[in-house]
Every structure is written in structure tokens, then in C-alpha cells.
Write a protein that binds this ligand. Structure first.
Ligand code: DX5
Ligand code: ZN
Length: 231
């Protein structure tokens, strides 16, 4: 099962409800909301107010990616606003188990995120406690950056660790995902794909953006049984 999570960072905010509905009608599975504070990352974006706005627009799962200092101080507000998934970075979390536990205690699913410069082993100790691992394939802060191909190896490594310790967890990737690289990323073991530019800035529109990502993923779904038969 593959999931597409549409990041509204590249949406036209003067038409947010229409943009989200188009993505939903085209078949995206989740809506990804990038929260940035100007400290953990150089950009400042959205807060609980936008999550609450998205909640009124769609019933799709809201996947909130926190790129902020002291995320533990804000988790409750995001869950109250309607977040279903909350992902926190490993890099700025001295008490990461407590924060993950808190997310679960408030009824949301918990994700752990790694920046491109963070080694796969950094999350080993938390793998049994998470519902999702988000591997950044760009340095977080902005949409429209280029996918870093060297991260494919980290995706393979974390796929292996998850298969051993927590096979039900979702392996999400975020940054520069498009129809040219999504198949390779799926082959490496990712199961959930965040895309902003490839969906909301597709030259032929949102529906075509979603379709071209899905078409690539369908190739992987068709290929897998043959690979298994031959192996
Ligand atoms: C980057 C954000 C991403 C971003 C992806 O810091 O976490 O979710 O919106 O944008 P694209 O798909 O354009 O790389
Ligand atoms: Zn993100």
C-alpha cells in the first residue's frame, strides 16, 4: 500500500479549499502541513490555525511535520486543531520518548524525522515507539528543492531496520519527490510520499500532478509480484 501526502506548502493560499479539494478528488491520501518557526529551519510558515482551517476543508488525515524548536510545547494545540499525525525531528529532541508518548496519549499517530545529515542509526532506539519514520530527502525549510539521491541508501537501511523491529510503521519521504524519482524511492522501501511542487505546481494542474506520481507507483505494484516470482 502506497500513500501520497500532498504538502500544501506549494498550494495557492488564496484558493486553499479549492486546491485541497482538487488534490483530494485526484486521490491523494493525506494532507501534509509543514510547520516552520524560523529557528529550527530558516523559514516561517503555518501554525495550528492553518491545521484547523484544513480540518474544516477535508476529512483526509492531516499529517503535520513540525520543524520547530521545543515541539513538545505545541503538540497539544496541533492535535486540538485536528492533526492526525504529528512528526517531530530527532535532531532537537533530548527527551524524544516522552514527546512521542505524549503524542500517543493525545490520540494522534507519532512520527520521527531525520534530516539528510543525520545518520540512520540516530533513530534506532525509538523505532519500536513510532508509527512513521520520515526521511528528509532535502534539507528542510522550503519546497521546490532538488532530491538528494545519496539518501536512497539511508532509505534502504531504515527499511531493513523497520522490517526487523516495527514492520507496520510507515516509511515516509519528503523533499524533491517527483515522477522521475518516485519509483526509485519506492524500490528503496518508502511507502508514503510527500510532494508539494510535483502536485500543486504541476504545469498541467493538480490532477495531472497526482496522476503522474500514481502512474509511477503503479509500475512498482505491477513489478513486485514478478520480482518475487523470479527470486
Ligand atoms: C521541506 C518540507 C516539504 C516540502 C516539500 O522542508 O518539509 O514537505 O513542502 O516540497 P517539494 O515537494 O516541493 O520538495
Ligand atoms: Zn514536510
Amino acid at each position: 500500500m502506497f500513500y501520497l501526502s500532498a504538502s500544501i506548502l506549494s498550494a495557492d493560499f488564496s484558493n486553499l479549499s479549492d486546491q485541497i479539494r482538487q488534490a483530494e478528488d485526484a486521490g491523494v491520501d493525506w494532507i501534509h502541513i509543514d510547520v516552520m518557526d524560523g529557528h529550527f529551519v530558516p523559514n516561517i510558515t503555518m501554525g495550528p490555525f492553518i491545521v484547523e482551517t484544513c480540518r474544516r476543508i477535508t476529512s483526509l488525515p492531516l499529517d503535520v511535520h513540525l520543524m520547530i524548536e521545543k515541539p513538545e510545547n505545541h503538540i497539544q494545540s496541533f492535535i486540538n486543531a485536528g492533526a492526525n499525525w504529528i512528526s517531530i525531528h530527532i535532531e532537537n529532541n533530548p527527551n524524544v520518548h516522552r514527546t512521542l508518548q505524549f503524542i500517543h496519549s493525545q490520540g494522534a499517530h507519532a512520527g520521527i524525522v531525520l534530516n539528510p545529515g543525520t545518520p540512520a542509526q540516530a533513530i534506532d532506539a525509538v523505532l519500536p515507539f513510532i508509527d512513521l519514520v520520515l526521511i528528509m530527502t532535502v534539507n528542510p525549510g522550503f519546497s521546490g528543492q532538488s532530491f538528494i539521491p545519496q539518501i536512497l541508501n539511508k532509505i534502504r537501511l531504515i527499511r531493513k531496520s523497520l522490517d526487523q523491529t516495527n514492520p507496520k510503521a510507515i516509511l515516509q519521504v519528503d523533499g524533491g519527490i517527483n515522477s522521475d524519482n518516485i519509483l526509485a524511492v519506492a524500490e528503496a522501501g518508502a511507502t508514503c510520499f510527500v510532494a508539494a511542487t510535483a502536485i500543486f505546481k504541476h504545469p498541467e494542474g493538480i490532477v495531472q500532478g497526482v496522476n503522474s506520481l500514481r502512474q509511477q507507483l503503479q509500475k512498482k505494484m505491477r513489478l513486485s509480484p514478478q520480482i518475487q516470482e523470479g527470486s
